[in-house]
Structure formats: structure tokens, C-alpha cells
Design a protein around this ligand. Structure first.
Ligand code: BGP
Length: 466
């Protein structure tokens, strides 16, 4: 294997899926606190106890124990998000919440104690609910200023502790989940394409301003964009299918093209014209967008196919998907498993941008069974997860051999947490099992799965054991 010596091995979580303590430490509500069933249900008026995210896996109180376990696996990096409403409970205040700032100080200190670099997502589906209700989220230009203020506060506060940053998690998901991703309160059916793309524009400007601020305040930091990565194949060699795949890919490249190149790509002209989209883009916005990211990060779980045949229906899958690929198997949730797709996507991104890439999410959501071994230890024999990750990491190594500059790999949900799309906990990704069930029961005790030792070995040998 050929992983560079400084390859950043690690794992990833997000505040809203792990921390819990939704109303402690002065935290305000976020969009997640009123989405009990994940993205398929309209938001509730108030949080209700049956929303598993409110307690998460109690990372807020157990982060020391969890980070210690990550250190035992040898993590070089730990990806987590700062919950925006822990810092600005409503999002539009003038002064931040000191208790929230202090919490992340402690978490970062705990990481650094073990030589683990924090990789911090500034916004991981955690828009303060107040910004949604009062301003209609990212549809409103004012939210750019609130975000800028928030990021300035956290860059200044953590400048000596955090050197790797990401702006918006899966920024391209907003067209599919405008409430969770864009904090937009208007029901999806009532939104025009123009509304959505104006909100996207605001996020892109906010992202570029965050890049600028980060470079000013922490000159030795690197900041990246984060894309929900789904390579799209034509379903057949029919040129009409191939063209459909080009169009589908552009729906996602739109975001990275702007964040990496600093301007709207030429294909948007026709797209805007044909969809009656007239965006308000100021001269200052154009200047701001020129602050481009240092690297491209993405999540990767599956690939999908595009077809020009309208009778071919999308399969089950992640929030961005496509027509199922007859050559691939799928997870229990219908996400098609495609390790080679990861190599393809890494190559595509690098060919397009020639910028370092970072895989910040990948893994298998599966139902695990906790078993008791003869010696009394409880564990999960998750060979399926080991196989999934092994196959994907082998393809990462191939991509490195292909010449792609890969910075690192953080597996998703390195400790079990609440699922984003389904809001369940039985869809587990971790190397560490958390005793918590969908009915809310469980002791929250942590148990090492078989994959814990497997990943430890991978890191220890810098990928040689794959
Ligand atoms: C991505 C999100 C994560 C995460 C992951 C897995 O879309 O960035 O927050 O949860 O997908 O999805 P799920 O939890 O629905 O299995």
C-alpha cells in the first residue's frame, strides 16, 4: 500500500447526531431538534422526547471516554461539527454563549492531548431554529452576516487548536432537503427553483467569506468545501443516457465548481435561462466568491445511474441517488455498494480541480448484534463492515497510485450515532457500539466491535494490513 506517511486516518461525527444535551449549556434549538423522523417529515412546532437526536449518544457528557477510545485506535484526526446554536443560541445575537465555546475548548484539548487533530465542520445541518423561523434560513441574505460573525468568533477562539476546517456539510443536499440543509421554512413543494438557487448563492457567498476569514485569522489552517459525493454513471451506452449523466453530475459539480474555482461555471447560463432563475448576485458577491477553498472534501457511500428513459425510476438510497445499477449490491437501506466508484470519483475530482481531496465520510450503516464472548466481553462481529471498509480503502490506495492527492480518510460514525436520514440508531456505522435503542432505552455503555481492532491495525500499519 502507498498511503503517504502523514495520511490523516480517523473518524467522523456531527454534533446533532452525537452530542445530545440539546437544551444544556445554554444551547438554542437547531433544525434537528424538531425533525423527529429525519428528513422525510415536516418539522414539528416543538421538540418531543421521541426525537432520538435530543439525547444522541450523550457525547456532550462522555466525550472524554469516546476520544480516549479513538486515541486507542490511533486516530490522527477526528472530524466533528460545532453546533452553531451552542455558540449563538438564536443565531442573530451580538455576543456568543461562553458555555458553548468552553465545551468545544475542552473537546479540542482532549483531542490534542492524544495528538489527534480536530477537523471541524462549521455547519452540519445545524442551523439555529430561530434563523429558520424569523428569517427563513438561507433564503435570506442577512443570514450570511450572522454566519460570518459566528465563524469569526470560532476561528478566533480556536485558532491555536484547530487547523482543519470545513464550511457546509454536503452543501449540495439543499435542493433535496431545504429545511435541514438550508434552514428554509417554506415547505419544499412551495419553493421555486429560483428560491432554492438564491439560498444556495447565499450559502456559497457565506462559505467563501468563511474561507477568507479563516485564512486571515489562522494563516496556517486549511479550509475545504464538503460535497455529498455520488458518481453518476450512464445506465447504458446510449448517448442520451450519457448526456443525462453529464447533466446529473453537474447538479452536484455546480457546488464544488464555484467553491473551488471562484465563479459560476459556463453551463449555469443555460440552466438558469431554462429554469427561469434570475439570481441577485452583487459585485461584492463576485469578489467574495474568489476566496476559494484549499481542498475538497466529500462523503461517499454509493454511486448511482442516470437514464433518459422516464420509466426508469430512482432506487432507494441516500438523499441524492439515481436509477439502480444492475451490477451492484445494496445495503439494507438500499444504498448501492461500489468501492471502485470511490476510486472513480477521487480521480474525477482530481482531474477536474487538481486540488487535494479528503474523504470525510464513508462507511456501512448496518444492524449490529451485540454478543457475549466466552470470556464475558460483549462485542459485535461486524465482518460485513470490515469488508466494506477494506474494499473501499483498497480503492483509495489505487487512486493514490493513480496520482490523486488524498489528504485523509475519516470513516462516518466512528462511534454509533443517530442516523441522519432515518433518525434511527439501529442503522449503525461505528467501530464502537453504543447501547441505545430506537425506543430510547439503553445504558449508553460503549463496547468495542471487531472492526475496532481491525481499524487500529490499519492505522498502525498505515494501510499495509489492508
Ligand atoms: C450524510 C451526512 C451524515 C450521515 C451520513 C449517513 O449524508 O452528512 O450526517 O448521517 O450521511 O447517513 P445516515 O445517517 O442517514 O445513514
Amino acid at each position: 500500500m502507498n498511503f503517504p506517511k502523514d495520511f490523516l486516518w480517523g473518524g467522523a461525527i456531527a454534533a446533532n447526531q452525537a452530542e445530545g444535551a440539546y437544551n444544556e449549556g445554554g444551547k438554542g434549538l437547531s433544525v434537528q431538534d424538531v425533525t423527529r423522523k429525519g428528513w422525510q417529515e415536516p418539522p414539528q412546532e416543538f421538540p418531543t422526547e421521541d426525537n432520538l437526536k435530543l439525547k444522541g449518544i450523550d457525547f456532550y457528557h462522555r466525550y472524554k471516554e469516546d476520544i480516549k477510545l479513538f486515541a486507542e485506535m490511533g486516530f490522527k484526526v477526528f472530524r466533528l461539527s460545532i453546533s452553531w446554536p451552542r455558540i449563538f443560541p438564536n443565531g442573530d445575537e451580538s455576543t456568543p454563549n461562553e458555555e458553548g465555546l468552553k465545551f468545544y475548548d475542552d473537546v479540542f484539548d482532549e483531542c490534542l492531548k492524544y495528538g489527534i487533530e480536530p477537523l471541524v465542520t462549521l455547519s452540519h445541518y445545524e442551523t439555529p431554529l430561530h434563523l429558520t423561523r424569523e428569517y427563513n434560513g438561507w433564503k435570506n441574505r442577512k443570514v450570511i452576516d450572522f454566519f460570518e460573525k459566528y465563524v469569526e468568533v470560532v476561528f478566533k477562539r480556536y485558532k491555536n487548536k484547530v487547523k482543519y476546517w470545513l464550511t457546509f456539510n454536503e452543501i449540495n443536499s439543499i435542493t433535496h432537503v431545504p429545511f435541514l440543509s438550508g434552514g428554509i421554512n417554506t415547505p419544499k413543494e412551495e419553493l421555486t427553483k429560483e428560491d432554492i438557487y438564491q439560498a444556495i448563492h447565499h450559502e456559497l457567498v457565506a462559505s467563501s467569506r468563511a474561507v477568507k476569514k479563516c485564512h486571515e485569522i489562522i494563516p496556517d489552517a486549511q479550509i475545504g468545501c464538503m460535497i455529498l459525493g455520488v458518481p453518476i454513471y450512464p445506465l447504458t451506452p446510449n448517448p442520451a443516457d450519457v448526456w443525462k449523466s453529464v447533466e446529473s453530475e453537474r447538479e452536484n459539480y455546480y457546488f464544488s465548481d464555484i467553491q473551488v474555482r471562484g465563479y459560476y461555471p459556463s453551463y449555469t447560463k443555460r440552466f438558469f435561462k431554462e429554469n427561469n432563475i434570475n439570481l441577485t448576485i452583487t459585485e461584492q458577491d463576485k469578489e467574495d466568491l474568489k476566496n476559494t477553498v484549499d481542498f475538497i472534501s466529500f462523503s461517499y457511500y454509493m454511486s448511482a445511474c442516470a437514464s433518459a428513459d422516464p420509466t426508469k425510476k430512482p432506487g432507494k438510497g441516500n438523499i441524492i441517488g439515481g436509477v439502480p445499477n444492475p451490477y451492484l449490491d445494496a445495503s439494507e437501506w438500499g444504498w448501492q455498494i461500489d468501492p471502485l466508484g470511490l476510486r472513480i470519483y477521487l480521480n474525477q475530482l482530481y482531474d477536474r480541480y487538481q486540488k487535494p481531496v479528503f474523504i470525510v465520510e464513508n462507511g456501512l450503516g448496518a444492524i449490529d448484534e451485540l454478543v457475549t464472548l466466552d470470556d464475558g466481553t460483549k462485542t459485535v462481529i461486524d465482518n460485513y463492515r470490515i469488508n466494506y471498509m477494506n474494499d473501499h480503502l483498497v480503492e483509495v490506495s489505487e487512486a493514490i497510485e493513480d496520482g490523486v492527492e488524498v489528504m485523509g480518510y475519516t470513516s462516518w460514525g466512528c462511534i454509533d450515532l443517530v442516523s441522519f436520514t432515518t433518525a434511527e440508531i439501529r442503522k449503525r456505522y461505528g467501530f464502537i457500539y453504543v447501547d441505545r435503542n430506537d425506543d430510547g432505552s439503553g445504558t449508553m455503555t460503549r463496547y468495542k466491535k471487531k472492526s475496532f481492532d481491525w481499524y487500529k491495525k490499519v492505522i498502525e500499519t498505515n494501510g499495509e494490513s489492508l
